[in-house]
Design a protein around this ligand. Structure first.
Ligand code: 3H9
Length: 671
């Protein structure tokens, strides 16, 4: 099948792209576009041209799989130039998503029409790139500097209506008759002739550039692409002749393309999509139908989990044991929704509709008609087994019984039921209504359709779901645990909590080990005997420094929970060091990386070799979406290749950490 065909409609030639799944601009599409435009320009009877796509979308961008490969087929920029300079009017007819190179192609067409459901955008920044097909120079000529700067720097697509308001599309077409509407529109453009974007002037105020930088300073920390995008917009405003701006764009594009951030972000694009695939199961493998959801526990976790399902339109029954806790949990959900409504995220009608779909209950029996029940109770095996035993007796046959446990053995939980095949782990991350990650834990008896349903429902509620095997802490928490002990040891040897945390935040993590410890609360699992001080943690708890919850931990906290280094905390560490007779020494930042981040990477390889993760990229997805690992570093496994397996193995050995076989195997390339 040809990926581009042409269709003659009297005096209009329609060029049709058909390159499933997203009509990406693969080399054969560029070839087809080039041939199509040549055909139209070479035929005097053709007076106007339409560019449209078959399938679910307009061109969704360059073919990312071609990046880094030897060039093939016609040069994209040359094809764009031929379109823009054509002496006959060209109309882009847009449905689905016109993204990246797709929107750049539409921008060299002289007119654009779109169906109301279409979306248009330049999301290259999310791939660590910028629009390298003239987008940074043409978009400001059409929508002005302000809107263009926002679109390229944030990468969010806009609706067809907004595109119409900004002049990016000239008219909205009927949803079902786009192809015919486009031909009529093209005919109407014959008298007006072509309207090359390059000849339009750039209007607008470049003050937006500094404003965006200030507003996004935190979010963009460490990222190169947003700034490069904005430099290109500044160039568009500075240079009246488009060629001058295009030179800047080309230089910036090539420099991003050559760097590691773009490689990492493109890798993550595919990693995220790959994570949805379950090894050994076909894409269309059978699933169970989920119409009604039950959640046990109305605490922070249960409430957040419920909100995910309510947001996605599922009725939810939430069960607690005590009326007061139930009321509090439901109250928090309402408060969260109302706060979102104030910010304009929901209408108040939607808030009421979602609250109306929530049934609070004190009886597990009310879960009898649920298709999926997620348990989010206290993290204790005995408690969980008791709950699952009861669910086994109550829930209808075929219901999926899921546990939100973050560490415990799903097989043992499943064994407390007579239907272990219906049991699966669904581990949400806190705050559960915000964090994108969902670890779906596959027990040894979990049925294929249960696993497939849990993964699919994760996607439906807006999560990135990753399959994990049963082990203590699954993928994410198991790796996280390996940095805790060395971090404590580094304190004893002379580093401060702030130094260690700074290394982690400078690396791009949202917080370091001690900030996280303070957030979680240090007294969880503490023996509660202040006279027994065997670890630094004991010393902190004995001194009543429990973390953020009581305003003092490794840091001192103000009423807004902003932490500052604490003299008292440092004194506790000094005192403990004195009792351990450890000499204090200067610790370098590199040593902190080697002793806290390398062990996490090493654990990732162990998880991989034990088959607890399906693939290395799944581990990276867990860390990006569950723990805020900086996406521009591509996750711990991707990063280990950038950092170098040799360097990591050498440091782990030097520090006495047993090296994972799968990591060591990287040292000797396969024959
Ligand atoms: C660019 O254009 C640079 C330019 O400035 C030119 C410079 C010179 N290429 O997401 P889905 C695959 S950069 C190759 O699950 P959805 C995807 O991997 C590009 N493959 O579907 C998946 O494969 P599989 C700028 C691509 O309906 C399948 O298509 N454009 C591409 O949920 C379905 O994808 C973008 O960044 C691609 N460009 O969402 C847009 N896109 O089935 C990127 C997708 O084997 N794409 N695939 O796993 C998207 O945002 C979404 O795919 C889209 C559809 C919204 C289009």
């Amino acid at each position: 099948m040809q990926s581009v065909i042409t269709e003659r409609h009297d005096d209009v030639l329609v060029i049709i792209v058909n390159n499933p799944p997203v009509n990406a601009l693969s080399w054969h599409v560029r070839q087809g576009l080039s041939d199509g435009i040549d055909q139209a320009l070479g035929d005097d009877d053709i007076k106007a041209i339409v560019l449209r796509c078959d399938g679910s979308t307009f061109i969704a961008g360059a073919d990312i799989t071609e990046f880094g490969q030897p060039p093939q087929g016609p040069d994209f920029l040359a094809v764009l130039n031929t379109f823009e300079r054509a002496a006959k009017p060209i109309v882009a007819a847009i449905h689905g998503t016109a993204l990246g190179g797709g929107l750049e192609t539409a921008l060299v067409c002289h007119y654009r029409i779109a169906v109301p459901t279409a979306k248009l955008g330049l999301p290259e920044v999310k791939l660590g790139l910028l629009p390298g097909g003239g987008g940074t120079q043409r978009l400001p000529r059409v929508v002005g500097v302000e809107q263009a700067a926002i679109m390229v720097a944030l990468g969010e697509p806009i609706s067809a209506q907004k595109a119409l308001d900004f002049g990016l599309v000239d008219a909205l077409a009927n949803e079902v008759s786009l192809a015919a509407d486009a031909i009529l529109f093209a005919r109407a453009c014959i008298a007006k002739g072509p309207r090359p974007t390059r000849e339009r002037a750039v209007a607008g105020d470049i003050a937006i550039i500094e404003r965006l930088k200030t507003e996004n300073a935190r979010k963009w920390k460490g990222f190169e692409a947003p700034y490069a995008n904005l430099r290109c917009i500044a160039a568009a405003a500075a240079h009246p002749v488009i060629e001058d701006g295009l030179k800047v764009e080309s230089h910036e594009f090539r420099s991003l393309m050559a760097g590691s951030q773009a490689k990492a972000q493109q890798y993550m694009f595919f990693a995220e999509r790959q994570a949805a695939k379950i090894e050994g199961l076909a894409k269309d493998s059978p699933q169970r139908e989920i119409k009604k959801v039950g959640v046990i526990g109305a605490g922070t976790m249960g409430g957040g989990i419920s909100m995910n399902f309510l947001n996605a339109g599922f009725p939810v029954t939430i069960v607690e044991m005590v009326q007061e806790n139930l009321d509090r949990g439901v109250g928090v959900i309402r408060k969260n929704y109302e706060a979102s409504a104030v910010k304009g995220r929901f209408t108040s009608e939607k808030v009421e509709a979602m609250m109306g779909a929530l049934t609070p209950s004190l009886a597990l029996e009310d879960l009898a008609d649920c298709d999926l029940v997620i348990e989010a109770v206290y993290e204790s095996m005995d408690v969980k087994k008791d709950v699952f035993g009861k669910l086994d007796a109550i829930c209808k046959p075929g219901a999926i019984l899921a546990s939100n446990t973050s560490y415990l053995d799903i097989n043992e939980i499943a064994a407390s039921t007579s239907r272990p095949e219906d049991v699966v782990g669904m581990h949400f991350f806190s705050p559960a209504n915000v964090m994108k990650l969902l670890e779906v834990v596959r027990g040894e008896s979990t049925a294929d359709d249960v696993l497939a349903t849990a993964m699919a429902i994760g996607k439906k509620i807006g999560k990135v779901a990753v399959v994990a095997g049963v082990c203590h802490g699954f993928i994410g928490n198991r790796m996280l645990a390996t940095r805790q002990e060395p971090a404590m040891q580094l304190l004893l040897e002379g580093a401060t909590p702030a130094q260690i945390d700074d290394v982690h935040t400078d690396f791009g993590m949202p917080m370091g080990p001690f900030q996280m410890r303070d957030l979680a609360g240090m007294d969880i699992g503490w023996h509660r005997d202040p006279s027994k001080v065997e670890t630094i943690r004991d010393a902190f708890c004995a001194a009543g420094r429990f973390g953020q919850k009581n305003g003092k931990g490794f840091y001192d906290y103000d009423e807004k929970r902003v932490g500052t280094p604490s003299a008292e905390a440092l004194a506790i560490i000094e005192e403990f060091r004195a009792t351990s007779n450890l000499p204090k020494r200067e610790i370098s930042d590199q040593e902190i990386v080697e002793r806290t981040i390398y062990p996490m990477v090493n654990e990732g390889y162990k998880i991989l070799e034990e088959g607890k993760a399906q693939r290395a990229s799944d581990i990276d997805v867990v860390w990006i979406y569950g723990y805020g690992w900086p996406i521009y570093r591509g996750g711990p496994m991707f990063w280990s290749d950038i950092e170098g397996a040799g360097k990591i193995v050498e440091a782990l050995e030097r520090n006495g950490t047993p090296v994972a076989a799968a990591l060591r195997a990287k040292l000797s390339p396969p024959h």
